[in-house]
Design a protein around this ligand. Sequence first.
Ligand code: N01
Length: 553
Amino acid sequence: MTSKEASPRESGSVEHYDVVIIGAGVSGMYAVHHFREMGLSVRAYDGAKDIGGTWWYNRYPGARVDGPGSPYYCYTFSDEFMKEWDWEETQSEWSAVLAYLEYVADKLDLRRDIQFETWVKDVRYDEAAQRWTVETDTGVRASAQFLVCAVGALSTANMPDISGIHDFAGETYHTGRWPHEPVSFAGKRVAVIGTGSSGIQSIPEIAKEADHVTVLQRTPQFAFPAGNRPITPEEMEEARESWETIRGKMLAHPGGFPVDTHTRSALDDTPEEREALYEELWKRGSFHFFLKSYNDIAISEEANQTMADFVRKKIREVVKDPETADKLMPDHFVMTKRPILENGYFETYNRDNVTLVDLREDPIERFTPTSVVTRSGEHPIDMLVLATGFDAISGSMLRLNPKGRGGRSLKERWTDRFHNYLGLTIRDFPNLFMVHGPGSPGVFYNMPLGAERQMAWIGDCIRHLREQGQGAIEPRAESEEAWDNEVAAIANATLFPRTDSWWTGANVPGKPRYFSVYLGGSLYYQRIAEVKDKDYDGFDFEPAHAPEGAGAS
Ligand code: N01
């Protein structure tokens, strides 16, 4: 692969780049490649020791791709990767995804433009220079005309605010910050808080080894068979041969996956027909249940109930103790919390060494150095696993807390809503671009592909600015308002906002409570292309204060 990257300049102790990228996960890695290919000088910073972002940190037992899976959770821009890389399972383990990302990083020699173990402490916009200045905890300082925040939609761990939790003196781990050293559960009594994807993936694995597992469940969840299986060499070969067609399908599909879209309502079928389809998809596992069933499960209460009842019935069939099964019955609209793929989760409750505590009836009252005490009594424990998720979508941007025009911080700007335009830009924060942030399809889209598509738009925008002799771009206030209304109108036509979830910010106390994801799927990419084609409609430009190259690289 060719690269025509420019060199950075140094002045004093400040390094100058065209683009600074924050984060070296799936999106940040692609950003390094994309902007380098444009001939821009780039530098990425990441607090971790190596590439991978969320895949670097989420290495708890059982962690796997819990989406439509391999081989389509991957970069699509290089035919070479598709030709060379063999995926071995449909729901790849975290280590296989990380191995793939390492292969990509080696292939593109990405690490030479990434500085690891470097936490960005402060980023602020210098209005006179029309540049971002970056301060890091290693003392490295940088300046760039453009700031790309690839900080991760699921990166900032949500530490539960449970009174007395710090009184517990035993080992404590968060699934999203799992240690790189082996963790042994053997002979230990383990409590797990949280039954989202991370809890549901890790609990069966922990239970196989631990002396006892106490699951502290706040909300019972719908979970579907992961249906993980090996990918045969023939299947891999077939995917390679039809890669062009597959890629075309991914680009056309609302979620970025190579599957046909739903065509009919659940209510068009008789109960028998529905049951037969649900049964067939249940047996196939993975995301087939959502991608290949009906088009109105997330829209119509009645349609939703047909699927919800089916899954509740399946849970009852598996869990032998009726009282435990009762506690496991989800009572929200199915799909309106992130669907979860499970590998033996419900069967785990048939084991003698697993106890389920329903926190809604039996809340945590306190911790002691050696136990968790709920209303009904004391549970002695040696280890606490927090599978409590993330301050998702907006949390990592707020943790970065850039300071824009007039030194105003993002925390001050985002008190009530996550104001943005196109899910990419924010007023008062010129030349700053978000990837997978609020207002974009982010977590509702195949994330590597989404990153490629957002980066293409950002690259075009940078090129436009440079060609037009402009120094800065930022959205107008009315553009942000109109975009917010568009995002809300799409979401409000569905059942999603009616359930408490990390999509609505309900998992983090004090967070603005609304559905901030653009739910229009691939329509989003049409919308941002329209804005570009209309010469960046809805944006204000500011002419370059100095010719490009003076103060910029
Ligand atoms: O987090 P979650 P996650 N007291 O927010 C509970 C992706 N992912 O890490 O539902 C008690 O879903 C909380 O309860 P409630 C995937 O997109 C991908 O599991 O808020 N309980 C919930 O049960 C996923 O959706 C992969 O009432 C508390 C749990 O903790 C997303 O990441 C693997 C609590 C958190 O569930 C997040 O999943 C894993 C409290 N104070 C995840 N606070 C792969 O693809 C929270 N909870 C590999």
